[in-house]
Design a protein around this ligand. Sequence first.
Ligand code: FES
Length: 113
Amino acid sequence: MTTTADTPPLCQLNDIPDGNAIEVEAMVAGEPESLLVYRAGEMVSAFYNVCPHAGRRLDYAPGRFLVRNGLIICAAHGATFTAADGNCQTGPCRGDRLRGVPVTVDAGSVYLA
Ligand code: FES
């Protein structure tokens, strides 16, 4: 059984400003991926840094995301996604969702779940 002690963390919880997101590059299923990791208090959610509308990155500059009031805003065409679950609320891909990556927080560190 793999435990969090066996794998390095994606980042520390305190690396992520509360109510905002950072980019973390990590191996997921054997592939290097850019991930958006969002934090609200002790809650963390993570998504592939890929918009379901046109497959563009969500960030407006490498690792810089538009996050307002619990919404992630795609820098390409402005689709908005609920940061907690990735559901698209407005924009050209409304009804679609960001592809999530399960994460867990243990002793202040964020791990792939
Ligand atoms: S690529 Fe994100 S809204 Fe178009």
